[in-house]
Design a protein around this ligand. Structure first.
Ligand code: AMP
Length: 377
């Protein structure tokens, strides 16, 4: 059972081929500086056939496509047909950068392999069941009805994957069922999710991935009136403000660097703004842990994942520091460990488990694709 996972971006095509009988990656590739998606798909097929995995796309059993925004239509992975494509097209205004690129990948793959099942797996669908009080903004309600303005949340595939792993681990090793989890996906993009018994009940990203935690170059939460103020004071137009908040802010805005490894290095060498950026990054996460502990009426475990969450002991330590009143106590020695398996970092007296779980969004997309073609709804 060969399933190809495609992540078609505006300028890159990421792909991974899985053998789902043994959950093994057969090939993993990235084509960068993509201008022509048709050419990129051709190059990908050449790479896969060069390695002897397939002769043509039609030899695959299925293709799973990452799609960023599923709006309110897509609450689960969905078999792709013309109707699905049209529905994803209608969601373009909600994700003008991502959905068109995802659609290009879908259309090209269908052109080359019209007869194999293809499945769209959405970044938003894990959060589709958020309660109304967590996803409706304090705006006139008609904006929700007319313009679909609400919290959708993102990184759903990652939060879903690590939360399932955490739940299995907590059941097997701690006899804990129906866990209340706080999942922290900390990468270049960053988000937190509160997960109660397998369901996402709140998440920090909003209608777009801009809300919530401080990120590589995105501001995360801020007072919306800052935008009106800037527009009035500087004459900045919408595109300039969009660019400012999405591309020039966050860690990069504060210390001119968005790569956390380098920021930590600069901070160790005494750079004040790098130190400040790290403090803001960790403080924001701490606040969300507090908020989600309240939302969940107590947390059983915190999960660190994403490039920073999985690899940075420094950040994990700062986030968990002075959190003992919430029952969160990190063991500094355990925090230095590294492993591809699940790591448990809490001290013996910590009420809350602290887990590090490597995310694997591609495997989750392949698994969901497999399930969708096996048990079509
Ligand atoms: P991702 O978007 O999940 O690939 O994560 C990328 C981020 O993870 C970048 O900011 C990297 O600098 C950061 N990262 C990766 N390894 C480490 C590490 N060992 N320490 C700190 N940050 C890291």
């Amino acid at each position: 059972m060969k399933i190809l996972v495609l992540n078609s971006g505006s300028s890159s095509l990421k792909f991974q081929l899985f053998d789902m009988t043994c959950h093994k990656v057969l090939y993993s590739g990235l084509i960068e500086q993509v201008r022509d998606h048709q050419q990129a798909i051709k190059t990908m097929v050449e790479k896969l056939s060069g390695q002897g995995h397939i002769r043509q796309l039609a030899d695959l059993d299925a293709i799973g496509h990452r799609v960023v925004h599923g709006g309110e239509c897509f609450k689960q992975p969905t078999l792709i047909n013309q109707q699905t494509i049209e529905a994803i097209e209608q969601l373009i205004p909600l994700a003008p950068l991502h959905n068109p690129a995802n659609l290009l990948g879908i259309k090209m793959a269908r052109q080359y392999a019209p007869d194999i099942p293809q499945v769209a797996v959405f970044d938003t669908s894990f959060h589709a069941g958020l309660p109304d009080y967590a996803c409706i903004y304090g705006l006139p309600y008609e904006l929700y009805n007319k313009h679909h303005i609400r919290r959708y949340g993102f990184h759903g595939t990652s939060h879903h994957y690590v939360s399932k792993k955490a739940a299995r681990f907590l059941q097997d090793y701690h006899n804990l069922e129906h866990p209340r989890l706080i999942s922290l996906h900390l990468g270049n993009g960053a988000s937190a999710a509160a997960i109660d018994n397998g369901q996402s009940i709140d998440t920090s990203m909003g209608m777009t991935p801009l809300e919530g935690l401080l990120m590589g170059s995105r501001s995360g939460d801020l007072d919306p009136a800052i935008l009106f103020y800037l527009a009035r004071e500087t004459g900045a137009d919408i595109q300039t403000l969009d660019d400012l908040l999405n591309k020039q802010s966050g860690l990069k805005g504060i210390c001119a660097q968005n790569d956390m490894r380098l920021i930590i290095k600069q901070a160790e060498q005494g750079d004040k703004l790098s130190k400040l950026a790290i403090k803001i990054f960790c403080y924001r996460i701490k606040k969300y842990i507090g908020a989600y502990t309240a939302a969940l009426n107590g947390a059983d475990a915190i999960i660190f994942t994403g490039g920073i969450g999985e690899n940075s002991a420094v950040i994990r330590e700062q986030v968990c520091k002075n959190m003992n009143s919430l029952g969160i106590k990190l063991d500094k020695h355990k925090n230095q460990q590294a492993s591809d398996n699940i790591l448990e970092l809490q001290s013996q007296t910590s009420k809350v488990k602290i887990l590090v779980i490597k995310t694997n969004e591609e495997l989750e997309i392949a698994t969901q694709t497999y399930t969708a073609i096996r048990d079509p709804q």
